[in-house]
Design a protein around this ligand. Structure first.
Ligand code: TRP
Ligand code: ZN
Length: 857
C-alpha cells in the first residue's frame, strides 16, 4: 500500500477559485503523423482580475519543442510533471507553444490516440492537457480555430469541431482542412478525427430553416449499418425542438465511430465521437436492446449540445449538472420513441442494479461529490442515473409547463457560460420549485429509506399513516423532499383512495385518511416517483392483489418483483418453497394478458437477477442464491410449461420489424425460452437450436444462445461455434460471444474465461473486449464467487495488467472486489485479501489507487 504521503492531492469543491487567466481565443495547427504529431498552439491570454499570479498551463506527456511569448522565442523551460508556469507582466499576451505527441504509445485512450488506423481524441475530463499546454478546466472557454495537416492518402478525412473553414492540397502528398467553431467552449469539448472514413450522409432542417449537413463516419464497409443511428439523430433533433425548444446551431453535425473507446460516446461540439457498438446496427448484427441503446446514446450526445456544451459546467464537481440532466432528457426521448411504461421499468431496474449498490458500498458519494482524487472515477451511476432521478423529481413537482419554462430560463440565463447546480436550481425556483429543499439531494450520499406504519380504525373508518424517512449513510443530514404518491386498494382489488401529490419534507409525516372502511392494501411510491427504498414490503397476499389489480403499470411490475423476491429470500433463508405457488399464480395471470402488451408482460415476468436478490439479504451467499433462483425457474417451468410453450410458438416476428409490438414479442419469446430451458429438457434445447438456426434477427439468435449458454445441451457447443464463425469479423458482435460465455452459470465458466483470455481475438487494450470477458465474469455472481477465490485472483491479474495500459479501465474492472463487505465467509474475506494484494502492488495509477483505497477503508 502506498503511504498517504505519496498519494496525489485530493481536490475539493470548497477550494474552487475562478481562473486566474482566461483564453478567449486559441489557434491550433496539427501536423498529424502516424507516429509523432506536432501541435502548434497560439493562445491569446487575458488576466482575470487584479492579481500578479503567473499563467499556469496544464500539460501531460507532452514534449515541449518551442515557447514564444508575444512573438519572442523563449529559452525552453523545463515543464513540471503537470505543466508550465509562466510569469507574464501585463494583462494580455500571446503565448505560442510547439509540442510533439507520441500518440502511438497512448493506450490510455485519453488525449490523441490511434484506433484502427484512424487518429482521434478524447478530452473529457482532463485529456486536453495531453494535446497542448492549456488551462484544462471547464470554466476556461475559448473560441477555436483548428488546422489539420496530414498525408492525403492515409488520412483523407480531417474533422474537427465547428464549421468547415477551408481545405486544400499541400506539397508532398499532404493536405489540410480548417475548422472554425463560433461557440466558445472548454478544452474538454475539443476533438479531431483523421482517417480513411466513409460517411452515411443526410440532412436536417431546423425549425428556423437552417439546413444542417449530417454525416456518420465509419469504415466504408460499415456505412449501411449506420442507418438506425442516422434516423435516431434526426429524431433527436426534432424531439429537442419540440420538447425543449432547443435548436441545433452549426452548419454540420458529424459523428465518428471508433472501436477503441473508454466510454459510450462523447459530445464534442459538432463532432461526436462514439464507441462503434453504439452506432453500428442492423437486424442481423444488433439486438433490439442494441437498437434502443443506440437511439438513447445518439440522443444523449446530441442533447448535450445544449445541456453540456452551450451551457457547460463550472468545475467537475458539477458533472451531474450536464450528465444527470442529459440522462433525464435521453430517457424522455426514449420513452417518446417506445413505451413510457417499459422504459421506466428498465430505468428503475438499471438504477437498482448499479446505483443502489454503489450508494450502499464503499464508493458511495453524493450526486455532487465534494472531493475526489481522479475525476474519471466519478462518471458513475450516481452522477448519471441518480442525477437523472433528481431532475425527474423536480420536473414532476413543477409539472410539464412550469418545468419547461424553468429549463428555458436556465438555458437563457446560462448560455455561453460555465454553470453550477445552484444556477439550475435558481431557474427551477423562479418557476416555483422548493429549490433549497431539493438542493439537499445533491449533497447526501446514500439511498433514503421510507418506512410506513399503517393503523386502521374500523370504527372511525379511518387510516392513520406514520411515514418516516431516514438515510442510513447520513443519519444527521437534514430530511429530503421526497415525492411519495400512494394508493389504497381493497383485498378484492378495488382502488379505495389515491394520493398523487404527497411531498414528504419532514423526518416524520402523519396522515389521516377518512372514509376507509376496511383495512387497505398500500401501494407506495407509485411509478417510482422517488429513488428510495420503501419498507416494509407488503405481504405476499397483498402483493398478489397489487400484481393483479394496480392500475399503475410500474406498480404492478413492482408488486410482481417483490413477490418473486419474497419467495426467493424465503427460500434462501429458510429453505422454504412456500412462495413459489404465489409467484406461479400471479405469473399465470400476467401471462394470460400477453397479447395486450407483450413488452410489459415480458418485463413483469422477468426473474430478479442474482445480484439483486443478494442486495436484499443481510449478507450475500452466492451459492444459496443461485440454488434458490434455479429452484424457482424449475418450479415455474413445471407449473407454467404449457403456457410458456404456447407463447414461444406464437411470438414469431420478422426481424426487420422494429416496432414496439414486434420488439415486445421477441422479448417475451426470449424470456419464455429462458424459463423453458430451466432444466436441460430435450424438447426445449431442440427448440432453442431451431430458434437460433431460423432466426431473422440478432435478438432471436442471442436469446437462443443465452438460454443455451447456462446448460449442458450439446446444442450449446454447436451454436457457439456457428456464432463465432459467422461474426468473427465484426468486433462489436464478437463481444457478445465473449460475454455470453463469461456470464454463463455453468460450473466451468472460470476455466472458460481463462481459456478465452488466450484467444487470438482477445485484446486487453480494447475496452469493449476487456469489459465483455473480464467484467462480464466479474458480474457473474454465481461463478465469480468460488470458495477458493480463484475467480478473484483471475480478476486481480487482469486489473493489474490493465492498469499499465489503461488506468480508467482498471479502475472500473476492480469494482466487483470492492463489494467484499456484503459477502459471507469464505467469500468476503477472500475478496478483501485480493483487493489488498492489488493495493500493495507498486506504481498503481491514481485511478486505481482511489478505488482500491476506498474499497479497503
Ligand atoms: N460526456 C460523456 C457522456 O456523454 C462521457 C465520456 C465520454 C467520458 N468519454 C469519456 C468520461 C472518457 C470519462 C472518460 O456521458
Ligand atoms: Zn453525457
Amino acid at each position: 500500500m502506498q503511504s498517504p504521503a505519496f498519494l496525489p492531492p485530493v481536490k475539493r469543491l470548497s477550494d474552487y477559485r475562478a481562473p486566474e487567466w482566461r483564453v478567449p481565443h486559441i489557434g491550433l495547427v496539427f501536423e498529424l503523423d502516424p507516429a509523432r504529431t506536432i501541435v502548434r498552439a497560439r493562445l491569446s491570454v487575458e488576466r482575470n482580475g487584479d492579481h500578479q499570479a503567473p499563467l499556469r498551463l496544464d500539460g501531460e506527456e507532452l514534449e515541449l519543442l518551442e515557447l514564444a511569448i508575444d512573438g519572442a522565442v523563449q529559452p525552453l523551460p523545463n515543464p513540471g510533471a503537470d505543466g508550465l508556469v509562466i510569469d507574464l507582466p501585463d494583462g494580455h499576451h500571446l503565448v505560442e507553444t510547439v509540442v510533439a505527441i507520441r500518440q502511438e504509445a497512448n493506450s490510455r485512450l485519453m488525449g490523441l490516440y490511434a484506433s484502427g488506423g484512424k487518429l482521434c481524441t478524447q478530452c473529457e475530463a482532463e485529456g486536453f492537457r495531453r494535446i497542448t499546454f492549456f488551462p484544462d478546466r471547464p470554466d476556461v472557454l475559448s473560441r477555436y480555430h483548428v488546422r489539420l495537416e496530414a498525408d492525403a492518402g492515409r488520412f483523407p478525412v480531417l474533422l474537427s469541431n465547428g464549421n468547415p473553414a477551408g481545405r486544400g492540397e499541400l506539397p508532398g502528398g499532404r493536405h489540410f482542412a480548417e475548422w472554425d467553431d463560433p461557440f466558445p467552449k472548454p478544452g474538454y469539448l475539443f476533438a479531431l478525427v483523421a482517417g480513411d472514413l466513409a460517411a452515411l450522409e443526410d440532412s436536417f432542417t431546423t425549425r428556423s430553416g437552417r439546413k444542417v449537413a449530417l454525416s456518420i463516419w465509419v469504415g466504408a464497409a460499415d456505412v449501411p449499418r449506420c442507418r438506425h443511428a442516422m434516423e435516431s439523430l434526426k429524431a433527436a433533433m426534432a424531439w429537442d425542438e419540440a420538447a425543449y425548444g432547443r435548436e441545433y446551431d452549426l452548419d454540420v453535425f458529424n459523428i465518428v465511430a471508433v472501436h477503441d473507446f473508454n466510454f459510450g460516446a462523447m459530445e464534442n461540439k459538432g463532432l461526436n465521437i462514439f464507441n462503434a457498438k453504439y452506432v453500428l446496427a442492423d437486424p442481423d448484427t444488433a439486438t433490439d436492446w442494441d437498437f434502443d441503446a443506440i437511439a438513447a446514446i445518439v440522443g444523449h450526445e446530441y442533447f448535450h449540445n445544449w445541456s453540456g456544451n452551450r451551457v457547460t459546467c463550472r468545475d467537475w464537481f458539477q458533472l451531474s449538472l450536464k450528465e444527470g440532466f442529459t440522462v433525464f432528457r435521453d430517457q424522455q426521448f426514449s420513452a417518446a420513441l417506445g413505451s413510457p411504461a417499459v422504459k421506466r421499468i428498465e430505468g428503475v431496474r438499471a438504477l437498482r442494479a448499479s446505483q443502489f449498490p454503489e450508494d450502499a458500498g464503499p464508493l458511495s458519494h453524493p450526486v455532487r461529490p465534494d472531493h475526489y482524487l481522479e475525476i474519471s472515477n466519478f462518471y458513475t451511476a450516481t452522477v448519471y442515473d441518480k442525477g437523472a432521478e433528481l431532475i425527474r423529481m423536480m420536473a414532476g413537482r413543477l409539472g410539464p409547463d412550469r418545468f419547461r419554462a424553468a429549463c428555458d430560463r436556465y438555458f437563457a440565463d446560462n448560455d455561453g457560460k460555465a454553470a453550477t447546480v445552484e444556477d439550475f436550481l435558481a431557474a427551477m425556483q423562479a418557476e416555483g420549485l422548493e429549490a433549497p429543499l431539493f438542493a439537499r439531494w445533491y449533497e447526501q450520499a446514500g439511498t433514503p429509506h421510507v418506512a410506513v406504519e399503517a393503523r386502521h380504525e374500523p370504527g372511525a373508518a379511518r387510516l392513520e399513516l406514520l411515514i418516516r424517512q431516514s438515510n442510513p449513510r447520513a443519519a444527521d443530514a437534514p430530511p429530503l423532499p421526497i415525492p411519495f404518491p400512494f394508493a389504497l386498494f381493497a383485498p378484492d382489488g378495488r382502488k379505495l383512495a389515491e394520493e398523487p401529490a404527497l411531498l414528504l419534507t419532514e423526518r416524520e409525516t402523519r396522515l389521516s385518511i377518512d372514509g376507509v372502511g376496511e383495512p387497505p392494501i398500500l401501494s407506495l411510491n407509485r411509478g417510482f416517483a422517488a429513488p428510495v427504498i420503501t419498507r416494509p414490503a407488503p405481504g405476499r397476499a397483498a402483493l398478489s392483489v397489487l400484481a393483479a389489480h394496480e392500475d399503475d403499470s410500474f406498480a404492478r411490475y413492482e408488486a410482481m418483483q417483490q413477490l418473486m423476491l419474497s419467495a426467493l429470500t424465503d427460500s434462501v433463508v429458510r429453505g422454504s418453497a412456500e412462495g413459489v405457488e404465489d409467484v406461479a399464480r400471479a405469473m399465470t395471470a400476467a401471462l394470460g394478458q400477453w397479447r395486450d402488451d407483450p413488452a410489459l408482460v415480458a418485463e413483469t415476468i422477468l426473474l430478479p437477477a442474482e445480484s439483486l436478490i443478494g442486495d436484499q439479504m443481510p449478507e450475500v451467499d452466492p451459492e444459496a442464491i443461485h440454488a434458490a433462483r434455479e429452484g424457482l425457474r424449475r418450479a415455474l417451468f413445471a407449473r407454467l410449461g404449457d403456457q410458456l410453450w404456447d407463447i414461444w410458438h406464437s411470438c414469431d416476428t420478422d426481424g426487420r420489424d422494429l416496432s414496439p409490438q414486434a420488439k415486445g414479442l421477441r422479448r417475451l419469446k426470449g424470456i419464455a425460452l429462458g424459463l423453458l430451458l430451466a432444466t436441460d429438457d430435450h424438447e426445449a434445447t431442440a427448440a432453442a437450436f431451431l430458434q437460433y438456426a431460423d432466426a431473422s434477427s440478432m435478438t432471436d439468435r442471442m436469446s437462443a444462445l443465452t438460454a443455451l449458454s447456462h446448460g449442458n445441451a450439446i446444442e450449446r457447443v454447436e451454436v457457439l461455434k456457428l456464432f463465432h464463425d459467422r461474426y468473427r469479423g465484426l468486433p462489436e458482435v464478437l463481444d457478445k460471444w465473449f460475454l455470453v460465455q463469461a456470464a454463463s452459470t455453468r460450473p466451468d465458466t472460470r476455466r472458460v474465461v481463462e481459456h478465452l483470455a488466450g484467444h487470438p481475438a482477445f485484446d486487453p487494450r480494447n475496452p469493449n473486449r476487456l469489459r465483455a470477458l473480464v467484467l462480464g465474469f466479474g458480474m457473474n455472481q454465481a461463478r465469480f464467487h468460488d470458495r477458493e477465490g480463484a475467480g478473484y485472483a483471475l480478476l486481480a491479474r487482469h486489473v493489474l495488467a490493465t492498469d499499465r495500459l489503461n488506468p480508467q479501465s482498471a479502475a472500473r474492472l476492480v469494482q466487483p472486489l470492492t463489494r467484499w463487505r456484503r459477502f459471507a465467509a469464505p467469500w468476503g474475506p477472500l475478496m478483501r485479501a485480493e483487493l489488498a494484494r492489488i493495493g500493495s502492488a507498486p506504481d498503481l495509477s491514481r485511478d486505481l489507487t482511489e478505488v482500491v483505497q476506498a474499497g479497503l477503508a
